[in-house]
Design a protein around this ligand. Structure first.
Ligand code: BES
Ligand code: MN
Ligand code: ZN
Length: 517
């Protein structure tokens, strides 16, 4: 998708379609309680709709529809007008964004995705988006480009009747005294991020017969060569030589060889420290192992490598954006299979750090591969760690499909990461890691168990990982509920989401040193 910034008046632009946002400026939220005497009247309050453009011609083209009383103004309501009077555009798509006072870049990003999905399904290949003035121009450009790219992705890759409809060209119309060069830079950066997110989604979307650990490693290598990252891939021998007993314990049951993928970004001029370590769970298929999962829904476990794919995509974006900070990406990739060679409940494995682990449930495999991934990252010199993993069903029980679970062993790194998620427009919610929860992972025979029982399962898993992050500032993202959309939404297709990539990139950028004195 080609992106252009234009300062021309929306009415003067020849395009397949203009897209403009309609916001509801009525004072009270219909859902808010009103304690004033006039409160009852508010119940029937009509939305007060205004199209977000200073262009008088755009306003008058929309005026009749907005005054008709036919619109609710609720988010994602769509109206497509043909041959709008006074505009050179062939069509204008009016897209409702909900309440004006709540409208933020987060909403704009989704609306851009919704515009793409609405137009491409109608066979339209290019359009122009009128950036709403309610949001600072550079923020708006980022949100529109990222959202449009997310909306442009479809997962139905192997359907023989796949239409592969895509938007090829997006023009963003900004008004006012804007610095065009700065906006073009914002658009180019957003393009890198959006494309990297879709790169991750492509990896996650592949079924396990087409995305083995070996293939995942090859894809990481190819990408690394393209963007100038160093990439090493180690197999079973090296994993055993490094004494990664937890990782190998999972890998030993599979005929597919495992892969330890290491991507290094070491830009010239970056300080020695910090070194950021991004560690991803790369289970290309999770049967559960000997503690086998029920058949119902097991097909979804092809996305159990989403954390790893996110780190590979994040490294791509980082290599192209070139922040001055060292970053190492590590992906522990293997299948989790039952077989005559597979580890069994009750087995004890010795992790690379020397900690002994009693395997209670072979389906708690993600924390095992990450234990060695995190320890190895520290050995390679990482001073700060972030891991991402589709780690627990329990995080889905706790937070549903809306927020990813976020854990931190350090408040400062949490604050920094939380800022990054806000900028990136991704929802994550912090869960606790109190010492009391350590009870959950006590073992009678070894240092810890790999499965802490039924209650607080996402926390037990995080407590397990904390044993390996130790004192290094560390963030753990449990993306089991957010890495895959169960249903399509106006702004995104059903399937892989690429969650966490944008936050990771913002987080890394926050450590970058600048050339300025
Ligand atoms: N990959 C699963 C977690 C998962 C569940 C991811 C749903 C995506 C959607 C993980 O390896 C797993 O099986 N976790 C177990 C842990 C339990 C055995 C302690 C779980 O959550 O049931
Ligand atoms: Mn599992
Ligand atoms: Zn798993």
């Amino acid at each position: 998708m080609k992106t252009t910034i234009s300062l021309s008046a929306p009415a003067q632009l020849e395009t397949e379609s203009l897209v403009a946002i309609v916001l509801d400026h009525s004072e009270k939220d219909h859902s808010e309680k009103d304690h004033s005497e006039k409160g009852d009247k508010n119940k029937d309050a009509k939305p007060h709709l205004r199209v977000e453009s200073n262009d008088a011609a755009v306003q008058s083209a929309a005026a009749e529809l907005l005054a008709s009383g036919e619109l609710t103004g609720k988010p994602f309501e769509i109206n497509l007008l043909h041959k709008p009077a006074g505009l050179k555009a062939k069509r204008i798509l009016l897209l409702s964004g909900g309440k004006a006072k709540k409208f933020a870049a987060y909403d704009l990003r989704r609306l851009a995705g919704a515009a793409v999905r609405a137009l491409k399904s109608r066979g339209i290949r290019s359009f122009a988006f009128v950036a709403p003035s309610a949001i600072p121009a550079d923020e708006a450009v980022r949100a529109i480009v990222e959202g449009a790219l997310v909306g442009n992705f479809d997962a139905d890759y192997y359907r023989s009747d796949r239409k592969d409809q895509k938007i090829d060209a997006l023009t963003i119309l900004t008004s006012g005294n804007t610095d065009k060069a700065a906006l073009e830079k914002a658009a180019a950066e957003a393009q890198i991020i959006g494309e990297s997110q879709n790169f991750t989604r492509d990896l996650v979307n592949e079924p396990s017969n087409r995305m083995t650990p070996t293939i995942l490693a090859e894809r990481a290598k190819k990408m690394s060569a393209e963007v100038g990252l160093k990439c090493e891939v180690y197999g079973a021998d090296k994993i055993k030589e490094l004494k990664m007993g937890a990782f190998w314990g999972v890998a030993q049951g599979s005929d597919e060889p495992p892969a330890l993928i290491i991507m290094r970004y070491e830009p010239a001029g970056a300080p020695e420290k910090p070194v950021l370590g991004l560690v991803g769970k790369g289970i290309t298929f999770d049967t559960g192992g000997i503690s086998i999962k029920p058949a119902d829904g097991m097909e979804k476990m092809k996305y159990d490598m989403a954390g790893g794919a996110t780190m590979i995509g994040a490294m791509r974006a980082i290599a192209l954006l070139k922040p001055k900070v060292k970053v190492i990406g590590i992906v522990c990739a293997t299948e989790n299979m039952p077989s005559g060679k597979a580890q069994k409940p009750g087995d004890v494995q010795i992790a690379m750090s020397g900690k002994s682990i009693e395997i209670i449930n072979t389906d708690a495999e993600g924390r095992l591969v990450l234990a060695d991934g995190l320890h190895y990252a520290k050995q390679l010199g990482c001073t700060h760690l972030v891991d991402a993993a589709t780690l627990t069903g329990a995080v889905v029980v706790a937070l549903g499909y809306t927020n990813a679970g976020l854990f931190a062993n350090d408040d400062a790194i949490y604050e920094r990461f939380n800022k990054a998620t806000g900028k990136a427009g991704e929802k994550m919610w912090r869960l606790p890691l109190d010492d009391e929860y350590k009870e959950n992972i006590k073992s009678g025979i070894a240092d810890i168990v790999n499965s802490g029982g039924r209650w607080g399962g996402a926390i037990s898993a995080a407590m397990f990982l904390k044993e390996f992050a130790e004192d290094t500032p560390w963030i753990h993202l449990d993306i089991a509920g957010t890495a895959w959309m169960e249903d399509q939404k106006p702004w995104i297709a059903k399937g892989p989401t690429g969650i966490a990539l944008r936050s990771l990139v913002e987080f890394v950028k926050s450590y970058a040193t600048t050339d300025k004195p």
